[in-house]
Ligand binder design. Structure first.
Ligand code: MOS
Length: 754
């Protein structure tokens, strides 16, 4: 009914003028001129301001709140606590799938982590609400906080990631290690990290009877709507969520969070629209984070420099009440050939907010450990780390033995190395100095991320005037979906971009799945493209069955669509415009529908991953230990590139996260209180512009006939993998010091000798 009617799938995928163009973001001007309306910019009539009061203890109960003091403060309208919080249709601790948070919605007086919401103050102004919240003066019955990876008894989690097995093995790791001539046994630690999107979680909620209107940033509109519908006992159709612009998400807006629901509850309590915006420090708790890990890697290598065994054991932490377990070891399934591979996970439950997907969840934490260990193994063998990686290149997916649907990693290594100048790298560490006497080091890391796809739907309409309208409830969190998906939409209808209107970012549009797992372009894009093809097929049917059309009798298969016209394949001069066909048929418009989902047959046959190679240069002050990442070159292969400018931007962003992971980011938890001590952007360090001296991303050509008809893999998360390890390995190469606890700090690389 859709694509097969026009065979050769969709000729305009190959010949279309939109896919592949390096367009700037279509919303760029709106953003730089302040016209883009983010959730918190909304201000419906009669709106009140809600401010959260959050717990300053990590475990225990709230003994008392001075609600009277808050309520009698000028401007305060009401205070919502567990006593008067409106009823919910569902227990907020109920969870039917991994894509749900268990939520803290004032269901009782328990405190399960620091910064947990304990009350909401609603007032006529933000100032009054803030002052009211300060007057609550909570009294607690505190219990000792369980903190850190040794804070509680460990166990094997029931599943990791979105439910993958916690332990996987192939071959005999112990035998492989016994047979090895060189062995590495090293333990790496990664800290808690927080998403820290520029835009804090925010919501403006307005009730109209049993209808609910919401402005809030979301990476998963349909899931958010479903979650709210369940909690409030509403039909999903009665809930409208607008989410046209996000100031970043990185996973933290993938699941609707407790504070967002509290905004909806507050609006219900007072019977007026309510705005609730998290303060920066309040984002360190109830909206997810990347959990800490401790990873032990054992690697065996034979006399030829080939792996004989790879054992990757990860320990991670989750909250005491929910089940997110970071799949840190799973990256060892994908990258390096080894006759024996074992991965396993264990976890502790401590007094923290529930961790969550954070850009390359599992892959990022696992990658810095694996890439460090591989580097250590190369050094132990006296081999160049790039040559060592190539020697252990996986021709098939190591854990499954499946062929890759495509894998241009060799080309990534070669092109990246060439561009970086890797051939001039001395083998031994601490050999290079710049003119100012700084130690210089070069490191490499392999990047990888699975090519995923979820379910999505889309609608495409060809209007009477020959222009198009394409609708998809897709999410642009800053990555450029509104541009890249519109390019796909235009090609799907064989129109120019300025001939179509593309609507996204609203829950009343077709479900576009989630903007997560680096799968949004493939997922929403395939649905969008299929919808266009469906509309064109219906149009073709009208024309080829009508004796008055020059296309009569050609059959749909005998037509191609290009530039708003259908043409005969055998004679392109015989053609008709969309508008002409609709006019003759007396139709105002014609509508096509599209859907997408992963193809189970292709998935069971092929391993699908994007790949890349990241090369990093660091300079280290030999006296002060200060580390600077001075040059980054990444070469990535991720199938078809829809928009090279936006794809490069994703790679740059990911690689900067890599620098951040290796050198900057860390939430520091007070062991006595369980509180994050650096819950702000002054003390929680991320690189700024001045920290990123030179960065370059090469787009390596890769055709993938199996991932989806567009040939698109994801680009959003792969950049952080590989990059973090490359920077860490460069620090070793500069200093000769192998630091295994991240981020690497200046005191870690100071030597008395200088
Ligand atoms: Mo991503 S962590 O799948 O938004």
């Amino acid at each position: 009914m859709t694509l097969e009617i026009l065979p050769q799938a969709s000729p305009h995928i190959r010949h279309g003028s939109n896919i592949g163009q390096p367009l700037t973001r279509r919303d760029g001007v709106l953003k730089v001129t302040g016209r883009a309306r983010y959730a918190a910019d909304n201000h419906p009539p009669g709106m009140l301001y809600a401010v959260l009061a959050v717990s300053s203890i990590a475990r225990g109960r709230v003994k008392s709140l001075n609600v009277e003091a808050a309520k009698s403060h000028k401007g305060v309208v009401d205070v919502m606590t567990s006593v008067n919080r409106p009823k919910l249709a569902q227990d907020p601790d109920e969870k039917s799938n991994p894509f749900m948070f268990r939520l803290d919605l004032l269901q009782n007086d328990r405190v399960r982590y620091a910064n947990q919401p304990i009350a909401v103050v609603i007032a006529e102004s933000l100032e009054a609400a803030t002052e009211g919240a300060a007057l609550l003066a909570p009294q607690y019955e505190a219990e000792p906080a369980r903190v850190g990876l040794d804070g509680a008894e460990s166990f094997v989690p029931p599943g990791v990631g979105v439910g993958g097995p916690a332990e996987i093995r192939k071959g005999d790791v112990e035998a492989g290690l016994d047979a090895a001539t060189k062995r590495i046994d090293a333990t790496y630690e990664t800290p808690s990290q927080y998403h820290n999107a520029m835009e804090p979680h925010a919501i403006v909620a307005a009730w109209d009877g049993d209808r609910l209107s919401i402005d809030t940033p979301s990476q998963g509109l349909a899931m958010a709507r479903g979650r709210i519908a369940g909690l409030f006992g509403l039909s999903p159709e009665n809930i409208h969520i607008r989410s046209p612009f996000l100031g970043g998400g990185f996973g933290s807006k993938g699941l609707i969070s407790g504070p967002q629901i509290l905004g909806v509850l507050a609006a219900k309590l007072v019977g007026r629209p309510v705005k609730l915006v998290l303060r920066r420090d309040q984002m360190y708790g109830p909206v997810g984070h990347r959990p800490p890990t401790r990873q032990r890697l054992r690697i065996g290598v034979d006399g030829e420099g080939r792996l004989t065994a790879l054992d990757h054991r990860a320990k991670t932490a989750s909250s005491t009440f929910d089940d997110f377990f970071e799949a840190a070891a799973d990256i060892s399934h994908t990258l390096y050939a080894s006759p024996a591979i074992a991965t396993s996970h264990e976890a502790v439950r401590i007094d923290i907010g529930t961790p969550l997907f954070m850009r390359a969840p599992g892959e990022a934490t696992g990658s810095i450990a694996l890439e460090s260990a591989i580097d250590e193994a190369a050094a132990a063998c006296g081999l160049d780390p790039l040559a060592f990686r190539v020697r252990n290149y996986a021709e098939v997916e190591p854990i499954s033995g499946k062929p890759f649907s495509s894998k241009a990693l060799r080309e990534c290594y070669a092109q990246g190395a060439e561009r970086f100048g890797w051939a001039r790298r001395p083998l031994a560490p601490r050999q290079m100095r710049d003119k100012d006497g700084f130690l210089v080091g070069w490191g490499v890391g392999t990047a990888t991320f699975p090519a995923l796809m979820f379910h999505a739907e889309a609608r495409a309409i060809i209007r009477r005037d020959g222009t198009g309208l394409v609708e998809s409830g897709a999410h642009d969190m800053g990555q450029g979906a509104w541009t890249a998906l519109a390019q796909i939409a235009a090609d799907g209808l064989a129109l120019d971009l300025d001939q179509i209107e593309f609507r996204a970012g609203s829950s009343d549009l077709p479900d576009a799945g989630i903007a997560g797992g680096s799968a949004h372009t493939a997922t929403a894009g395939m649905a969008i493209h299929s919808a266009g093809a469906d509309a064109i097929a219906k149009l073709a049917e009208l024309a080829t069955r009508d004796e008055r059309s020059p296309l009569y009798g050609a059959g749909n298969a005998g037509l191609v669509a290009r530039n708003g016209r259908l043409r005969r394949r055998d004679d392109e001069s015989r053609s008709e415009s969309y508008a002409e066909i609709l006019a003759r048929a007396g139709l105002g418009e014609i509508e096509g529908r599209g859907a997408s989902a992963a193809d189970p047959a292709a998935q069971s046959t092929y391993a699908m991953h994007a790949h890349g190679a990241v090369f990093a240069e660091v300079k280290v002050d030999p006296d002060l230990g200060q580390i600077r990442a001075t040059r980054l070159v990444g070469a990535f292969a991720a199938g078809r590139v829809i928009n090279p400018r936006l794809v490069r931007s994703q790679y740059h962003g990911g690689m900067i996260w890599g620098v951040s992971f290796a050198l900057n980011e860390q939430a520091i938890i007070d062991r006595r209180s369980g509180r994050v001590m650096n819950a702000d952007l002054a003390e929680y360090h991320v690189p700024v512009n001045a920290d990123i001296v030179s960065i370059e991303a090469l787009l390596v050509h890769e055709d993938d006939p199996y991932v989806n008809a567009l040939g698109v893999k994801g680009v959003g998360e792969i950049g952080v993998t590989g990059a973090a390890g490359a920077v860490a390995n460069a620090v070793w190469h500069a200093t000769g010091m192998r630091v295994r606890r991240f981020p690497i700090k200046l005191e870690d690389v100071l030597t008395p000798a200088g």
